[in-house]
Design a protein around this ligand. Structure first.
Ligand SMILES: Cc1cc2nc3c(=O)[nH]c(=O)nc-3n(C[C@H](O)[C@H](O)[C@H](O)COP(=O)(O)O)c2cc1C
Length: 415
């Protein structure tokens, strides 16, 4: 498997589309992972990849991460609007506020930026991008070849944004895209992250090690939406699930154990440190039971605060050693890992879906392509039989797959 081979991604996207998935999502971090030389963990730039995948697929949604900390609003608005045009309305942007110090060094950024500041910057960034996406009315283009008029100037407007971070005149230099705006996805679960999501997100990725915290997150987020003047159905909450599937539960659990034991605990210790903003865990023995005191208080973590809350919460609940903690985080990085038969996996998804923990799932197969194939060939048919998953695409755009409204362009109606 060559991660520089487009064919690898094309095959996964076409497989997921054949199974009628809503979307395929490509994460991204703006630095080389420090174990890349060993693990080969390299990847193609996601927005470029989406453009290529758009050309070999027809219905599946195309979501990629892009950073509000190290991108410029005009460029990013143009890139995702272009993906939406190229894909006939299938683009989605996962908004991240990059917290990795290693990434900051790739942009000459030596500032000490707090979590709250990152979200303040992101707020302005997203407002500018939305303004640029709405800078052409849906009916601006008339394309009158005889009259030699492509668009009506009165239906295109500058945004003239002047803010603390950005000064952007606009308009965008291409017409409004098929979805109006690409779908806005977000994945921060801290208190500040949740408020940001309640204002802007249309789909939310979230990581939970247990159903109870997923239910708490779901209920809290839906309530924040209403407070922000939106409807609960305006956002889909999609917890990550990492399903190891086999013909018996014992076999599935054996595969998880084998996979986790192949993970390098020292690489895991470094990843854990980066999530806690570089906190040094090198003194902790691997096989002694951890205490919450071994960790900085999550409220003081300016990096991945919600992950810090999840890790310390796990240690408060369970007597785990560092090795066991790293094994839990190794594959799914804190998302729900489940090992079982196809029926058991289907039961789990149905239970979370029916019991207020999820509107859907971010399926993260622990092994590619094997566990994606197992999920598609053995779990999806069960969900379809239970009437829980589509058998055919009805819509053509990501918004239609998600059941989301198309945002109006904000222009006055023409006479
Ligand atoms: C499913 C999922 C996908 C994510 N993808 C990315 C990503 O591609 N790049 C990134 O830098 N952060 C990614 N994150 C991290 C979040 O953007 C965010 O930084 C993290 O959840 C901490 O946010 P918080 O401090 O508001 O809780 C992802 C998180 C989740 C749950």
């Amino acid at each position: 498997m060559d991660l520089m081979d487009f064919g690898y991604y094309q095959a996964i996207a076409q497989r997921a589309e054949a199974a009628k998935f809503d979307s395929i999502f490509f994460a991204d971090i703006l630095t080389m992972s420090d174990d890349a030389a060993i693990t080969g963990k390299v990847w193609l730039e996601p927005i470029t990849l989406l453009a290529a995948i758009a050309g070999v697929t027809e219905r599946i949604g195309l979501i990629a991460t892009a950073s509000t900390s190290y991108s410029l609003p005009f460029n990013l608005a143009r890139q995702f609007s272009s993906i939406d045009h190229i894909s006939n309305g299938r683009a989605g942007w996962n908004i991240v506020t990059t917290w990795l110090q290693a990434a900051a060094r790739n942009f000459g950024d030596t500032r000490e930026v707090s979590l709250d500041e990152r979200y303040v910057f992101a707020e302005e960034f997203v407002e500018v991008v939305k303004g640029l996406w709405d800078s052409w009315a849906d009916d601006a283009v008339i394309d009158d070849r005889v009259g030699a008029v492509y668009a009506r100037p009165d239906r295109i407007r500058a945004i003239d944004h002047e803010g603390p971070q950005y000064s952007v005149a606009g308009p965008l230099n291409l017409p409004r895209s098929p979805q109006g705006r690409p779908v806005l996805v977000q994945a921060g679960s801290s208190n500040t992250g949740r408020d940001f999501a309640a204002r802007h997100a249309e789909a939310i990725f979230t990581a939970h090690l247990e159903k109870a915290t997923a239910q708490e997150f779901y209920t809290d987020l839906k309530a924040r939406l209403v407070k922000a003047g939106r409807k609960p159905d305006d956002v889909l909450i999609l917890p990550g699930v990492n399903p190891m599937i086999a013909s018996t539960e014992a076999e599935a659990k054996r595969l998880v154990k084998e996979l986790n034991e192949s993970a390098d605990p020292e690489a895991g210790r470094r990843t854990l440190s980066s999530r806690f903003g570089g906190y040094d865990f090198s003194h902790l023995p691997l096989d002694e039971v951890l205490s919450p005191d071994d960790f900085p208080h999550p409220d003081t973590v300016e990096a991945s605060r919600s992950r810090a809350v999840m890790v310390v919460g796990l240690i408060e609940r369970e007597r785990v050693t560092l090795r066991q903690l790293l094994a839990k985080l190794a594959g799914a990085r804190g998302h729900f890992t489940y090992a079982g038969t196809p029926e058991q996996v289907a039961d789990l998804l149905e239970d979370w879906f029916q019991d207020g923990a999820a509107d859907g799932f971010n399926v993260m197969p622990p092994i590619y392509p094997g566990m994606l194939d197992a999920f598609i060939d053995e779990v999806v048919p069960i969900l379809q039989q239970r009437g829980l998953f589509r058998t055919e695409y009805v819509g053509a755009t990501l918004r239609e797959h998600y059941g989301l409204d198309r945002p109006p362009d904000g222009f006055d109606a023409t006479d």
